[in-house]
Design a protein around this ligand. Sequence first.
Ligand SMILES: C[S@@+](CC[C@H](N)C(=O)[O-])C[C@H]1O[C@@H](n2cnc3c(N)ncnc32)[C@H](O)[C@@H]1O
Length: 267
Amino acid sequence: MTDEAARQGAPADRAPEDMPTSFGFTTVAEGQKQALVDDVFHKVASRYDLMNDLMSGGLHRVWKDAMVSFLAPPKSPASSWQLLDVAGGTGDIATRVIEKSNRTARAIVCDINESMLSVGRDRAEKAGLSDAITFSLGNAEELPFPDKHFDAYTIAFGIRNVPDIPKALREARRVLKRGGRFLCLEFSEVDVPGLDRIYDGFSFNAIPAMGKWVTGDGDPYQYLVESIRKFPSQERFAEMIREAGFERVSYRNYSGGIAAMHTGWKF
Ligand SMILES: C[S@@+](CC[C@H](N)C(=O)[O-])C[C@H]1O[C@@H](n2cnc3c(N)ncnc32)[C@H](O)[C@@H]1O
């Protein structure tokens, strides 16, 4: 039984794909969730980067920069250091990591959605990063990569969309080398009194309205906002990372917990 299903008290004799899980505030069978998520990101792909800036007031850039500074990829041309950025979408994290390494590192962006990858490929080509970043279609729950292959695994604003999160975390550990690092940036639980109410008001009113105005369809943004509220708390998610076998797991909040970065090591 997945942790998600266990939390929801699902009977143990159901097949995994029949287990209830959340798609925003709607409960769906785990086997249905991915198709619904894919539909959201096919719809938003062409406006994804613009909407990220509008929805977060540019803050997502600050959080992503902080994550990549924390990762501090090596800057040596002799290094063969390689990143796997899962649910990497249009390549925001991979691009930052390559630039931070003075273009000496290599990265694979793995995402389940070809529309998002296609925007990313075009962006990388325009930035002259096609040699450094490879865009690869794949599912976080069944990564198409060998064991012990990567120096670092990142996932930014991706894990809450994955139907079976514990499975994705075990896959993350599998593909990392010993000594490899896991970093996850995700929307989280606001821990500043007062800010939570302002943030709720903004999220549930402004974001779907903004999405409808920019893309003509507010529904994908309603899902995005709801999925944030369904994601486990900072402490609970840290526990899930430990359960997947990572060590020295910790987290830090950004902007009062609107986002949090969780980190761990594979030893
Ligand atoms: C909110 S976007 C994040 C993109 C990028 N990491 C960023 O920070 O801008 C979430 C991404 O997760 C991807 N995704 C959803 N489910 C996935 C899965 N099971 N495996 C891999 N990627 C997935 C979506 O296709 C989408 O590109």
